[in-house]
Design a protein around this ligand. Structure first.
Ligand SMILES: O=C(O)COP(=O)(O)O
Length: 219
């Protein structure tokens, strides 16, 4: 029987792309509708990781407010329309992912960001053609830290848990990866606190480390 290809499952925000400026921008435009001062980017950073809806709830809570369903719907549409303006790939991402692909690895993104803006962003940075699946925060009935988000994404990629590795910068990524039975890599350049690295099987200091760590974790 043909062995299954190995698969690297990647988180998006804070792992592949620095998306914080556009996420904070959309949140602050939403708050501005209520004449609220913008939240500084450093205050928004730890609010990222549980999807856009939770981000809006956290951002509004910081101003003593609760977003309405309309705020959420407008926020998603506004973010989707502006998600590529100030968002960039982390250094070495394209090179590392091309190298893994050339070595026969499959690549899948598992993000809590809704699938539509995730695909727009991945297309914009030139990664979409390299990917075997994109599992967004609204693609399945669950999202990270639920391990099923990873399992469903792997299934969409035609890959198996037994041959896969997870990389992410957030506790949710490591927890979901471990819960699904994958070895995990902490992306130390992202938004997560350094302590998350202690929960993972390996720590990558930069994208250049990733191909070798994948081969070590799935020889
Ligand atoms: O949109 C978010 O809050 C986080 O998305 P991520 O899962 O790609 O980090």
């Amino acid at each position: 029987m043909q062995p299954m290809a190995k698969c690297l499952v990647l988180d998006l925000d804070g792992t592949i792309t620095d998306s914080l400026p556009d996420i904070a921008g959309a949140l602050n435009r939403s708050l501005a509708r209520y004449s609220q001062d913008p939240l500084p980017m450093e205050q928004v950073r730890p609010m990222v990781g549980d999807g856009l809806m939770v981000l809006y709830q956290r951002g509004y809570a910081a101003r003593g407010m609760v977003p309405t369903d309309e705020d959420m719907a407008l926020g998603l549409a506004d973010y989707t329309a502006h998600s590529t303006e100030g968002t960039y790939l982390y250094p070495g991402a394209l090179e590392a992912l091309r190298a893994l692909k050339a070595a026969g690895w499959q690549l899948a993104v598992c993000t809590n960001k809704p699938e539509e803006p995730a695909r727009i962003l991945l297309d914009h940075v030139g990664l979409l053609p390299l990917l075997d699946a994109v599992g967004g925060g609204d693609s399945f009935p669950v999202k990270k830290p639920d391990p099923d988000h990873i399992r469903f994404t792997l299934e969409a990629a035609g890959a198996t848990v037994a041959e896969s590795v997870m990389i992410g910068d957030h506790h949710n990524d490591v927890a979901a990866g471990k819960g699904a039975g994958l070895p995990t890599i902490f992306a130390s350049w992202g938004y997560g606190p350094r302590e998350v690295g202690a929960e993972a099987d390996a720590v990558a200091e930069s994208f250049a480390d990733v191909p070798a760590l994948c081969e070590t974790l799935r020889p």
